[in-house]
Design a binder for this molecule. Structure first.
Ligand code: XMP
Length: 319
């Protein structure tokens, strides 16, 4: 794509001009935006960039390993992998309120990130994968009605706290353009095409209080669901698909025995920007086969339901 090739060259020039010989820190989440920002900045200034990946223990199956392998081993980008799983899970265990969960994760994330940045001796710039819709949204939020549906997890406030200037090379781009830029930078298709994943991760897909055991059950069910979606060739059509582990146990029968295990809800939506969404109309055979696999393969789940709520009135995530 010639336009994106030109954008890339210009963005690299601008990053070099802005940063000079300064040091840059970038928080990696495993998502497309921060990944593309990091690779672009690395092309511009090489090892003046260090990435910090805070592993909060709320990621999907194998996700942390994939992020570390890709950035540290494949791209040779200096990467600090912060194993903060216990810190986050201990703080969240027993918490039922979705907003408290979100705020706890946001606060711990900032504290952890800040402490790691200090260990690195600080930096002059903080890099973020802010997109154009994020810029617009924060502007309209200031002037608009002050109804908080959900506290969003980001590193807002960090740059001021740490006295860093911002580098946001994706500020003029929309999500689909970020994907084109990612391809231009040589990021693997399977990474560039990733569905969005929320900062608070699996914590907001485990309503009613998380435990390590529940997170593990959820991870397994989610991996099977996504595997079936990929095999059916639907991954790119769907904006987001994920499993939710409900805090409800129901009675079932397996072989000759009674079971009493958790209910898993499956969610899949189509959307352009995440602001509105329609539930995805799977055929019943797909849903039935997926449910059978989850119940057979995941110990702890004996019933699967499908969420047919669009947004509005439902949000995409359950919390
Ligand atoms: P909702 O649930 O509000 O989600 O309909 C809309 C989109 O935003 C994602 N989401 C988040 N992304 N931090 C993020 O980076 C968050 O705290 C967060 N909460 C929701 C959600 O996955 C969907 O794509």
């Amino acid at each position: 794509d010639w336009t994106m090739a030109a954008f890339k060259e210009q963005a690299i020039e601008e990053i070099r001009a802005k940063v000079g010989s300064g040091r840059v820190i970038c928080g990696l989440s495993g998502g497309v935006d921060s990944s593309v920002a990091a690779v672009l900045i690395h092309e511009a200034i090489g090892d003046q960039l260090t990435c910090i990946f805070v592993d909060h223990g709320l990621l999907r199956m194998n996700e942390a390993e994939e992020v570390v392998a890709m950035f540290r081993d494949h791209y040779n980008i200096p990467l600090v992998h912060v194993e903060a799983q216990d810190l986050f899970i201990d703080a969240l265990e027993g918490e039922l309120d979705p907003e408290v969960k979100r705020k706890t994760i946001g606060r711990l994330f900032i504290e952890t990130f800040e402490a790691e940045a200090k260990k690195l001796g600080g930096a002059d710039f903080l890099a973020q994968g802010t997109l154009y819709p994020d810029v617009i949204e924060s502007v309209s939020f200031t002037g608009g009605p002050s109804v908080t549906i959900k506290s969003h997890h980001n590193v807002g406030g960090l740059p001021e706290r740490m006295n860093m200037k911002l580098v946001e090379p994706l500020r003029e781009l929309f999500k689909d353009e970020v994907r084109v830029l990612g391809r231009e930078l040589g990021l693997p298709e399977q990474f560039v095409g990733r569905q969005p994943f929320p900062g608070p991760g699996l914590a907001i897909r485990c309503p009613g209080g998380i435990t390590r055991a529940k997170l593990e059950i959820l991870r397994q069910a989610d991996a099977i669901y996504l595997d079936e979606i990929r095999k059916a060739g639907l991954y790119d059509t769907i904006w987001q698909a994920f499993a939710v582990l409900l805090p409800v146990q129901t009675v079932g029968v397996m072989g000759d025995g009674r079971t009493y295990e958790f209910v898993c809800a499956l969610r899949a939506v189509t959307s352009v920007d995440g602001m509105t969404a329609d539930f995805y109309p799977f055929d019943m055979t797909f849903l039935g086969n997926t449910a059978t696999r989850i119940i057979n393969e995941v110990k702890g789940i004996n019933r699967v339901v499908y969420d047919v709520t669009s947004k509005p009135p439902g949000t995409i995530e359950w919390e």
